[in-house]
Design a protein around this ligand. Sequence first.
Ligand code: IMP
Length: 197
Amino acid sequence: MNRRMKKLIFATNNAHKLGEVQALLGDDFELVTLRECGITEDIPETAETLEGNALQKARYVYSKTGLDCFADDTGLEVDALGGAPGVHSARYATDGHDFAANNRLLLKNLEGAQERTARFRTVIALIIDGVEYTFEGRVEGTIATEESGSEGFGYDPLFVPSGEIITFAQMSAEAKNAISHRGRAVAELVKFLKTLS
Ligand code: IMP
């Protein structure tokens, strides 16, 4: 790795995610957005697994820039639905990122289900000097029978993490990040990156 620059591309245009990860990384690494390195097109995400998609995105950025980079992919895996929506979490109900429609469809597909266990899983794929690494974070929980809370996004109003009685959408961002899939995956990434610096 280029230790003078310590720049890392984060394959996202989500400023919120970028700020969150930058805060965890501290001053050792400077995160660069896709836009800042001239990638404005949608990056293909056509793999059938979270690992596959995260690697696909990181490889795409590496092939375009030759720079150290990482990408993430997240899915909600519901046991009674055979792991769905999983890698298709963003486009479960529609082609767009329609969170309300996704939540409605999830409740409908779980109507009457006794077993409501699920997990969020995030995979981060990192490429440093052409070498690939992956990191995972997960949080176990259950799918509630109705939506509660207005914080967060996506499936948060339906997801009750194990050991809690409230949904992610009823928690502060800080409380959620402390136990969330993404928080845990990023913590693994940061731990690894700190061994390099
Ligand atoms: P992404 O890979 O981070 O873009 O996540 C894919 C999809 O998973 C999102 O569009 C959301 O539907 C869902 N998702 C990811 N992270 C979360 C979360 O923290 N809470 C609720 N839903 C999430």
